[in-house]
Design a protein around this ligand. Structure first.
Ligand SMILES: [Zn+2]
Length: 595
């Protein structure tokens, strides 16, 4: 029987799962150097002579890493890594096939130079050649075949999910996990917590007693939707569920929660910058806490002890920084801001007093989708949510099917209908009557001037001819802004995530005009839109624009999407005073309608 290289023997049983996968992905990516994010942390520990603080790194590995950091290319570790045939790493990319199995198969079948390692393994398994190998059997052969075939079918290729899909999965897993009494609280981390517009994997942190951790991980891997258990350690588990989504769970005791959340929330660039900043102050960061880097050759135990933090606030404050909310951790200037105590006090969901884009089922004969709910039901639901006001923003009647007179008459009747219906029902929650009006290709609006008397204000939006050139598109939008009662520019870039690209326009000119005319820019919370994108929010805020949050609700459950509109406002660094939905009814009436 072939023996595994010493490299794996040293690494595999001793290093915690998280560190090992870090190493594995490092090797798989073909970078045979340790100095990336994970390696850099290891380097800090090595430099400060606190390597042995990492659980699983004993005397032998410390010696090996010492050698590695001193001699890199000529080091023992790298020599060992170079001895491992490349197909081993290719095979290790298949979820469920570990390093030992991959190595055995490659060496036993002399596949060291195989360019078609997956096809070769499939062929070998189909011809029953794995069964006779020591340590394998019918069952493991069948399993290997399934794993390789599934992987090849690209079922598990990385694909990005929308925010609502990801939170849907997170909510379901959470429901299952929280049935386990050992788990005290759960947090989404990674891009999910930062509200990225698209999400790859779902990452979760669970708080439990250290002694319960292994049980919790075990319980997690038994999630009914689990298709493949990718990995299972004392403090971390990874599964792939039947829809092909990867989910990872890490556990932490409460007293170490701060560092665990901070470390796993990212983004990568933010954490790299924070690490560099901390190092200058003499600290090294890890998912367990903050360690003082020893300044002398002689180790002083009290100085090298890792400091734990129960919360992220305490973690950041310890470093002399304001707390930086996850949405702002983008690797831009947020650390400098936090150092100068300039971190904005971001808007929160509770600050939002109304939803300014909702579509009803009223027969306004529009050319775009109507909603499915009545004005009545929408108002009750908004009331239920504690909103002080809403805007009914049905699309304008279709231009191709109606004359100007018909459009005027339709909008007049609608106003009458709403006022009669809701006259006595709008005590708690007030309403505005406002169609969402198409901006025609030349910038004129899709309702005639005479119809304006029947609306409180209007949202304008582009719903056609998205591919105009920059100059024409910019002119088109500026022209639309010049009409009276235009108060909100809805989903400005018209992007559809995973679908349509943003329109091309001169945003700086457009935002300056919006500011001049007191037109609010919408942050549309529909998960397929999330429009304005956060970089444009930041640009517009710099110019001094105001923003309007809307869910573009066509069905009542979508009112829930306000959380994404708020998240995007936060990613753009907005505070209450930037957002018109934070105004009282009296204030916003004045702003929108100028009573
Ligand atoms: Zn629209």
């Amino acid at each position: 029987m072939h023996k595994l290289p010493i490299f794996f023997v040293v690494l595999h049983p001793r290093i915690p799962y998280g560190v090992l996968t870090g190493f594995k992905s490092l090797l798989m990516s073909g970078q045979r150097t340790l100095l990336n994010t994970w390696g850099a942390e290891l380097y800090d520990l090595w430099e400060s002579q606190t390597l042995e603080n990492v659980e699983g790194i004993g005397v032998t590995l410390t010696k090996r890493l010492n050698d590695y950091f001193k001699h890199t290319k000529d080091s023992y570790l790298i020599k060992q890594v170079n001895k491992i045939p490349t197909p081993v790493f290719t095979l290790m990319q298949v979820p469920g096939i570990g390093s030992k199995t991959a190595y055995r198969l490659v060496v036993e079948f002399h596949l060291e130079k195989s360019k078609n390692i997956l096809k070769d393994i499939e062929h070998i398994a189909k011809n029953d050649k794995i069964v006779p190998l020591g340590g394998f059997g019918e069952k493991s052969q069948a399993e290997i075949l399934t794993l390789v075939k599934t992987f090849q079918s690209k079922q598990y290729k990385t694909r990005r999910m929308r925010l609502d899909q990801s939170y849907g999965i997170f909510d379901k897993v959470s429901e299952y996990l929280l049935l386990n009494e050992k788990i005290k609280i759960l947090y989404p981390v990674g891009s999910l917590r930062r509200f990225n517009p698209t999400i790859g994997d779902i990452d979760i942190v669970a708080v439990c007693e250290e002694s319960d951790s292994e049980n919790v991980i075990n319980y997690f891997t038994k999630y009914p939707q689990t298709k493949i258990v990718e990995g299972k350690g004392e403090r971390k588990g990874a599964i792939i569920i039947s829809s092909g989504v990867h989910i990872q769970l890490r556990t932490t005791p409460l007293n170490k929660l701060g560092a665990m959340l901070q470390y796993n929330t990212g983004c990568k660039e933010h954490n790299i910058k924070l690490r560099e900043y901390a190092l200058k102050k003499g600290f090294s960061l890890s998912e367990y806490g903050i360690t003082k880097v020893a300044s002398s050759k002689f180790r002083v135990p009290s100085e090298t002890r890792t400091i734990n933090f129960v919360s992220e606030e305490k973690f950041y404050n310890f470093l002399g920084l304001d707390y930086i909310p996850p949405e702002l951790r983008q690797g831009g200037g947020e650390i400098e801001d936090a150092l100068r105590h300039k971190t904005p006090k971001l808007v929160e969901l509770a600050d939002i007093l109304g939803d300014l884009q909702i579509h009803s089922n009223y027969p306004l004969e529009p050319s775009h989708d109507a909603g499915v709910d009545s004005y009545d039901d929408i108002l009750s639901e908004a009331s239920e949510r504690g909103y002080k006001y809403i805007a009914y923003t049905d699309h304008n009647p279709s231009v191709s099917r109606h004359s100007d007179e018909q459009i005027i008459s339709l909008l007049g009747k609608r106003q009458q209908y709403i006022n009669k219906l809701l006259y006595k029902k709008s005590e708690r929650t007030k309403y505005f009557i406002s169609p969402e009006v198409d901006i025609k290709p030349d910038g004129r609006l899709a309702i005639p001037a005479k119809a304006m008397q029947y609306v409180d204000f209007i949202l304008v939006a582009i719903h056609s001819l998205f591919n105009q050139n920059r100059a024409d598109m910019t002119k088109r939008i500026l022209n639309a802004f010049s009409f009276p009662k235009v108060k909100i520019f809805a989903h400005p870039t018209t992007r559809l995530i995973g679908g349509r690209d943003e329109i091309v326009a001169d945003w700086e000119i457009i935002f300056k005009e919006a500011k001049k005319r007191s037109i609010a820019l919408e942050i549309n919370g529909a998960p397929e839109k999330l429009d304005l994108p956060d970089n444009l929010i930041t640009l517009a805020k710099g110019i001094g624009c105001k923003f309007s949050l809307g869910t573009d609700t066509h069905e009542l459950t979508q009112l829930e999407n306000m959380r994404y509109a708020v998240a995007f406002a936060r990613r753009g660094g907005l505070t209450k005073s930037d957002i018109i939905n934070c105004k009282t009814f009296k204030e916003i009436s004045k702003w929108l309608v100028k009573y």
